[in-house]
Design a protein around this ligand. Structure first.
Ligand code: SD4
Length: 335
């Protein structure tokens, strides 16, 4: 199913005032990723928007859009939005129910960033269901940006968070099955509901972002991915826009992916062009890119968005103009 095409139909015949940007965005998705037809940037007035990664983004957006529609802040929206996925035991790559590391521990990474450029993060955090809220507390209640492991856990307890067992039966069974071969191999588009990254643009024109994950399944104990690292899993600048990443975290860190996308936008690229370029940089450095999946979503200050990935299969949820829909991202590997 080409959800972008469905989206275009709505844009042309259904939704009042849908912008030219949507059309150019779709045109871009139909081109080969190597063809450079720069999508037109809309000069439309501000459009309050929420974008987030994967199928589970739709439910997360629902919670976020309620806040945006009632005039709330983008920061509250992204926190409340991703909390939906963190609490969902069916989502085996975020929060409660996340697949454990190779030793059977669920360890969580998250970060949050507001329109003032302030940020907070936790990594290698265990036993706390909502790492995103701990990350926000780090931002608001400490002089630091990131707390890790035991220190992050102790801080969470001091802030009133409860210690919980996050390893569900389903995740435990999957891990026990994995133990038989104990082969670590990240799988492209695994289960199609990985890390949740979200960007929101509120009615006041401010942008904020959040990113939260249980990381790569069966990783080494202590491994931290891109998701809690400002500039890698998430970055934004309220003068320009923001970006979130999902996928093979090591490759995102190596290219400081989200920062790169925002800087490309600052230099005049559209969100779509910036995401495409950041994906090409990873492909260029990794001749073995067949085994690597990365997805980026970017949003600028007017509500123009873009998304790109290496292999077909990455999708994202977009809330804009009263619609909350799943869209297939453009992808590099058309061969
Ligand atoms: C990580 N980027 O820990 C995360 C995992 C992820 O799609 O997003 N998977 O590397």
């Amino acid at each position: 199913m080409n959800t972008r095409r469905k989206f275009l139909k709505k844009g042309l015949f259904g939704t009042f005032g849908f912008s030219l940007f949507s059309i150019s965005n779709i045109a871009c998705s139909d081109n080969s990723a190597n063809q450079k037809e720069p999508p037109e940037q809309s000069e439309q007035p501000l459009k309050p928007t929420v974008v987030s990664t994967w199928n589970h983004g739709v439910g997360a957006n629902e919670a976020a859009l309620k806040i945006i529609e009632s005039g709330g802040s983008a920061l509250d929206a992204v926190e409340k939005g991703v909390m939906v996925t963190e609490a969902d035991p069916e989502s085996t790559s975020v929060g409660f129910g996340g697949l454990p590391d190779r030793d059977g521990n669920v360890t969580l990474d998250a970060c949050i960033m507001n329109e003032k450029g302030q940020c907070g993060a936790v990594c290698f955090l265990q036993h706390i269901k909502h790492p995103i809220s701990v990350a926000r507390k780090v931002m608001e209640e400490t002089p630091h940006v990131m707390l890790a492991g035991k220190g992050a856990f102790q801080f969470a307890l001091s802030q009133g968070f409860k210690k919980e067992n996050l390893l569900t039966e389903k995740a435990k069974e999957a891990w026990e099955e994995w133990l038989v071969k104990s082969e670590y191999k990240p799988i492209v588009n695994r289960e199609n509901h990985d890390t949740i990254g979200m960007l929101a643009l509120d009615q006041a024109g401010n942008i904020s972002g959040a990113c939260t994950t249980s990381g790569m399944a069966y990783k080494m104990h202590g491994r931290v991915g891109d998701s809690p690292i400002i500039g890698a899993g998430l970055y934004l600048d309220n003068e320009v826009g923001g970006c979130v990443a999902t996928g093979h975290g090591e490759k995102v860190i190596e290219t400081v992916g989200s920062f790169l996308v925002v800087e490309l936008m600052r230099n005049g690229r559209s969100p779509q062009e910036a995401c495409d370029e950041a994906i090409r940089r990873i492909v260029k450095r990794n001749p073995d890119f067949n085994d690597i999946q990365i997805g980026y979503i970017a949003l600028d200050k007017k509500g123009n968005y873009g998304a790109s990935c290496i292999h077909k299969g990455f999708n994202f949820a977009l809330y804009q103009d009263g619609e909350n829909e799943l869209i297939d991202a453009d992808y590099y590997n058309k061969g």
